[in-house]
Design a protein around this ligand. Structure first.
Ligand code: CTP
Ligand code: MG
Length: 166
């Protein structure tokens, strides 16, 4: 799941500049995505996810760790892209509910990237999903995600990368 987990923290580190919605409002008068979703964060975040995936492919190949899910260039690209598309979708609905950028939305803020990543893999490469994400691994992902999410956000807040510790 590293190619899915890395894009958001990297986006938080490097994000900024032109927002994906170009500052425009939706028909309800609120921002489409908000200033927290930028082209720079999206693109560099996706490349970072693919980058860590390439390292994973190389390391697992070099060391023959057969029990780890076998990443492919397709799977890492889908995981990284899906993670940030899920994050983007979440922000769309967050704005529709009238929540400001950075406001707390507990379950959605934690699982957006998992839902986006796994859904994109399910749509484009379901064979990889069912061969590698077993029920056991899926349950593990559900348990680990909120813990990682919380820990990384507290670190990001301490180092002033994020304005809020969630
Ligand atoms: N970020 C970005 N581009 C993205 C995603 C994230 O630039 N596509 C950066 C933004 O600087 C953002 C930070 O990463 O503020 C943290 O991301 P996130 O918590 O997802 O955004 P929020 O600011 O909390 O906005 P929202 O309320 O829409 O989730
Ligand atoms: Mg947030």
């Amino acid at each position: 799941m590293l190619p899915a987990y890395l894009p958001n923290p990297i986006a938080a580190l490097v994000g900024g500049g032109t927002p994906i919605d170009l500052g425009r409002n939706f028909s309800d008068g609120k921002r489409v995505f908000g200033d927290g979703k930028t082209f720079r964060g999206l693109i560099i975040g996706i490349f970072a996810g693919i980058g860590i995936g390439i390292i994973q492919i190389w390391v697992t190949g070099a060391y023959g760790w057969e029990n780890l899910p076998e990443q492919t260039f397709m799977s890492i690209t889908l995981l990284a892209t899906g993670a940030l598309l899920g994050d983007l979708c979440k922000s769309f609905f967050k704005r529709r509910l009238g929540k400001e950028r950075g406001a707390k939305w507990p379950i959605a803020d934690m699982y957006d990237l998992v839902a986006g990543a796994l859904l994109l893999v399910l749509i484009v490469d379901p064979g990889w999903l069912f061969a590698n994400i077993t029920l056991m691994i899926f349950i593990l992902i559900l348990i680990i995600t909120p813990i990682l999410h919380r820990a990384v956000n507290i670190i990001g807040y301490r180092f002033r990368v994020k304005e809020v510790p969630w």
